[in-house]
Design a protein around this ligand. Structure first.
Ligand code: 1JT
Length: 255
C-alpha cells in the first residue's frame, strides 16, 4: 500500500460530502492512519462519527483563527503521534454576502476574514507543525479556478485562493530542504456544504458537464485520488504545484 505506516492530519472535515471526507477515505484506503480537527461543538458532533467510520485515531478542537488553539493542536499531535507525514488543509470561509454580488463591494472585514481563514491558516499551521513533520512529509491544500480566472461571484474567495496558491510556492521553498513538499489541488465544483452557500453554482455544474473535455463534474473521491498521489512517494519531486482535478475544464478557451 502506497501510504502504509504514514500518519495524516485532515483539517476541514464537515460532513460526508466534504472534500476532506473524499480525501480521508482515499488516504485510508491506501493505508494511512488518520486524525481530524473540528472547529466547535456543532462540527464536533458531525466529525466524531465520521472519524469513527474512517478509523480515525483522534480528533481535536482547532479553530485556525486562534493561535492558542493551533499551538494546543500541535502539542496534542506531538503527544499522540510524535511526528507525522501528511497534512490536508481543506479549509475556507467567506461571508455569504461577499459571494455572488460585486467583488468591488467587499468590505475590509470581509476581505480580512476570507484571507485569514482560507489562506493565512495554511502558513500558520505549517509553522506550528514544522517540527512535527517527518522529512519528506506532504502538505496538501485545496483551491479553485476562481484564483486565476474570473468566475462570476467567487470574488474574494478568488483573491484568497490566488494568495493561497502563492503561499504554496513560498512554503514549498521554505520546507523543501527537508524534502517536505507543499502542493494544491484545484478541484472542479463539488456539491459540498460550502458550495450550498452559492446559488449560482447550479449553473456552473451544468456548464462544466456540458463543456469540459470529460463532459462531467468531479467527485470528492476523485480529488482523493490526486491527494493519494501527492501524499505518496510517487510525487516525490512535485512541489509548489497546483494540480487540476476538474475534468479538464480549466484548459477550455472557447467551444
Ligand atoms: C467557500 C465557499 C470556498 C464555496 C467554495 C469555496 N471554494 C469553492 N467553492 C465553490 C464555489 C463557490 C462560488 C463559486 C464557484 C464555486 C462558500 C463558503 C466560503 C468558502 O462562484 C460562483 C462562490
Amino acid at each position: 500500500m502506497l501510504l502504509e505506516g504514514k500518519k495524516a492530519l485532515v483539517m476541514g472535515l464537515a460532513n460526508n460530502r466534504s472534500i476532506a471526507f473524499g480525501i480521508a477515505s482515499s488516504l485510508k484506503a491506501h493505508g494511512a492512519a488518520l486524525a481530524f480537527n473540528y472547529v466547535g461543538e456543532a462540527i464536533k458532533k458531525r466529525v466524531e462519527p465520521l472519524s469513527a467510520e474512517l478509523g480515525g485515531e483522534f480528533t481535536f478542537q482547532c479553530d485556525v483563527c486562534d493561535d492558542g488553539q493551533i499551538d494546543q493542536a500541535a502539542s496534542l499531535v506531538k503527544e499522540k503521534w510524535g511526528k507525522f507525514d501528511i497534512l490536508v488543509h481543506s479549509i475556507a470561509f467567506a461571508n455569504r454576502e461577499d459571494l455572488g454580488h460585486r467583488f468591488i463591494d467587499t468590505s475590509r472585514k470581509g476581505f480580512d476574514l476570507a484571507l485569514e481563514v482560507s489562506c493565512y491558516s495554511l502558513t500558520a499551521l505549517c509553522r506550528a507543525f514544522e517540527p512535527l513533520f517527518n522529512d519528506e512529509a506532504s502538505i496538501i491544500t485545496m483551491t479553485y479556478l476562481g484564483s486565476n480566472k474570473i468566475v462570476q461571484g467567487y470574488n474574494v474567495m478568488g483573491v484568497a485562493k490566488a494568495a493561497l496558491e502563492a503561499s504554496v510556492r513560498y512554503l514549498a521553498y521554505d520546507l523543501g530542504p527537508r524534502g517536505i513538499r507543499v502542493n494544491a489541488i484545484s478541484a472542479g465544483p463539488i456539491k459540498t456544504l460550502a458550495a450550498s452557500a452559492v446559488s449560482s453554482l447550479k449553473d456552473i455544474f451544468t456548464h462544466v458537464a456540458a463543456h469540459s473535455p470529460l463532459k462531467r463534474n468531479v467527485t470528492a473521491m476523485e480529488v482523493g485520488g490526486a491527494a493519494v498521489f501527492l501524499a505518496s512517494d510517487l510525487s516525490r519531486s512535485v512541489t509548489g504545484e497546483t494540480i487540476y482535478v476538474d475534468s479538464g475544464f480549466n484548459k477550455i478557451g472557447a467551444v
